[in-house]
Design a protein around this ligand. Structure first.
Ligand code: FE
Ligand code: FE
Ligand code: ZN
Length: 279
């Protein structure tokens, strides 16, 4: 069965998110580990976590894709911003151990004028300083649209980061359909070709999750403006091929579309209807 859900508010704790997911018909979800535009995090409540872990087992909710705050930039030209990002990453990985065996996704970063190569090296250095063989969380690099000085808008750049990370088995990729489309990968006319390229450059075994979004802009626009499924330039037919592609169909699909609860519930129901993954 397709695993699908949306990005949920995390301010009321874990159990509230899980109930929210069930209400929307979801069996996975994403959430910000801390204030997405700041960086402060709520303390973990042990009781909330214990209730949550048993509830998600009962409801078959799994493969959560936590999201790092947007303010985390591991390759800023400013050392204090890199340090702030590193501290958030370190603390988030510690917090993720309370919900073991899930995913933690982050935007690789923006090199802010330092150049791609320095950016890649700084991101990999940060990961090498924080990953441990004992951790139970897989860290995902998100594919980016290539806005400004973003690192990670090509499969080659993501591969370069992965190549430099020592604990390879702790790392994976989250493919954002809006971002790769905006980056210039034409998943509307050539999904097979794009995934073949992904396999050749990175390896499909590294692909752990999909952010399922339509895009307001055209392929190669480097804009990163998400749209509701079927209301953008990717369109429902192409997104249906995404959820049913043999290389993708068993991954968690996370909606990051501009919706309220009702809109999310409708998109989740629609994609369940269009899914051929009934196993
Ligand atoms: Fe993201
Ligand atoms: Fe995304
Ligand atoms: Zn985006």
């Amino acid at each position: 069965m397709i695993r699908i859900g949306n990005h949920l508010p995390s301010s009321k704790g874990y159990m509230a998110m899980a109930k929210h997911a069930v209400k929307l018909g979801a069996n996975t979800f994403a959430f910000f580990t801390r204030n997405p535009r700041g960086g402060s995090a709520k303390p973990i409540q042990e009781k909330d976590i214990l209730e949550f872990l048993s509830y998600i087992r009962e409801k078959n909710i799994d493969k959560l894709v936590a999201h790092a705050p947007y303010t985390m930039n591991l390759c800023s030209a400013k050392p204090e911003i890199r340090k702030f990002g590193f501290q958030m990453l370190q603390d988030d990985i510690r917090r993720m151990e309370y919900t073991p065996n899930q995913y933690y996704n982050f935007h690789p970063g923006s090199h802010t004028g330092q150049g791609i190569e320095i950016g890649i090296a700084q991101i990999a250095d940060a990961l090498n300083s924080v990953l441990s063989p004992e951790q139970h969380t897989t860290i995902l690099l998100e594919t980016m649209a290539g806005k400004g000085s973003e690192v990670g808008s090509s499969f080659e750049e993501l591969r370069e980061i992965l190549d430099r990370v020592k604990l390879q088995d702790k790392m994976g990729i989250c493919l954002d359909t809006c971002h790769i489309w905006d980056a210039g990968y034409d998943i509307v006319h050539n999904l097979d070709g794009i995934l073949t390229k992904f396999d050749a450059v990175i390896g499909l075994h590294k692909l752990c999750s999909v952010h399922l979004n339509d895009s307001m802009n055209s392929c190669g626009s480097h804009k990163d403006r998400h749209q509701k499924l079927g209301k953008g330039q990717i369109g429902l037919e192409a997104l249906t091929r995404v959820i049913n592609h043999p290389a993708l169909k068993n991954l968690p699909f996370i909606l990051e579309t501009p919706n309220d609860d009702e809109g999310y519930a409708a998109e989740i129901a629609l994609m369940r209807k269009l899914s051929q993954n009934n196993a």
